[in-house]
Design a protein around this ligand. Sequence first.
Ligand SMILES: [Zn+2]
Length: 94
Amino acid sequence: MIRYRCDSCGVDLERDGSNRYIVKIEAYAAAGKLEFTRGEVERDHEAEIRQLIAALEKKHPDEIEDQVYRSFRYDLCPTCHRRYLASPLVIDNA
Ligand SMILES: [Zn+2]
């Protein structure tokens, strides 16, 4: 049996979804410059790529993923849903 709880306050949520809200959040890096000059395309990038690979090898995979893309999904009760909508950017680690 699937049991749902509010990810914010922990209250039990109805199995039929009648008091459950789902919040999905995506955080990803904005696309950078997508125009290139002929010189940039023709330049030898091998050394630059080797340096990039060496730098990536020293980082934890989660750190790399955090810099590119993360998604989150939360089940919320009606009270926490209202609080979330009122201030979606408030970070509460309490
Ligand atoms: Zn709640």
